[in-house]
Design a protein around this ligand. Structure first.
Ligand code: SF4
Ligand code: SF4
Length: 254
């Protein structure tokens, strides 16, 4: 039987909890062989749902969201991504037409060289993802003012595909303060579930080691060093259920 004949779409009921209560919905899961990267669109979709609710809560409380597309001071921060997101974004880069891909990879290389020059590569890989943001390395990264390689003309060139960390980062403090985040108290909108963490935890469980988070500019290098993991597949339902178990959610097939 061919791979396409083995594939079926299952409707999976999911429930998530945020400060307003329980959200129930359904997602479609391909039951055929699934790579880690294939989980990312669903993680993005769930992030968007929780993010929209979090932003509405802020607005109901009288706090206006300052963020909008094209506002980009925050795109010079240290952005950690989970392995499934790294594989997903590497696929996206590989799908670009050659000239655009080469220009983009050149920007990645330039940032990596700068980080090597400052001996920061090791410090940016933080296996202790439960320990919260590593303020000192974040501050050092910020001081270098390295624009994200995906930033073009001060706008995100992959906006619909941007990582969870970027989707989750919304503020109600004035946008101008984001240019001096260490001189002001940035009012970040609290997100109940940062989905990069369960994606990283799932990967840690599958590879039997500490859950890794990858600094965004290191994506091409990390993906090429872990190409086997990127191509490995699991039965779709099993992989999705294991992912949901890291959210504390119990999906049920319908
Ligand atoms: S976090 Fe700050 S810089 Fe980034 S989009 Fe929001 S307001 Fe703009
Ligand atoms: S991926 Fe897009 S939104 Fe995220 S830091 Fe890069 S340019 Fe900014």
């Amino acid at each position: 039987m061919s791979e396409s004949e083995l594939r079926q779409i299952a409707q999976i009921a999911v429930q998530l909890t945020d400060p307003e209560g329980t959200i129930r919905g359904q997602v479609q899961v391909d039951t055929g062989p699934m790579r880690l990267a294939d989980l990312v669109p669903t993680a993005y979709e769930l992030t968007n749902v929780l993010g929209a609710r979090a932003n509405k809560r802020e607005e109901r409380a009288g706090r206006k969201i300052s963020c909008c597309q094209g506002c980009a001071a925050c795109c010079r921060q240290w952005i950690p991504v989970s392995p499934p997101e790294a594989f997903y974004l590497a696929d996206l880069i590989a799908s670009l037409e050659p000239q655009r891909r080469e220009e983009l990879l050149g920007r990645f290389d330039a940032i990596v060289s700068e980080l090597e020059r400052h001996d920061m590569i090791e410090g940016l890989f933080d296996p202790k993802i439960d320990d919260g943001p590593r303020l000192e390395i974040g501050r050092r990264y910020w001081k270098l003012q390295l624009a994200c390689p995906f930033l073009v003309d001060e706008s995100c060139s992959i906006y619909p595909h941007r990582p969870v960390a970027c989707r989750d980062y919304n503020v109600t403090s004035p946008a101008i303060w984001c240019s001096q985040p260490y001189d002001h108290e940035i009012a970040k909108v609290e997100m109940p579930i940062p989905f990069s963490i369960p994606l990283a935890r799932l990967t840690g469980e599958l590879i039997g080691s500490k859950p890794p988070l990858i600094p965004l500019p290191l994506i091409p290098r990390w993906v090429s060093e872990n190409a086997g993991l990127g191509q490995r597949t699991w039965p779709g339902l099993e992989l999705f259920r294991r992912f949901m178990s890291h959210l504390g959610s119990k999906p049920a097939e319908t």
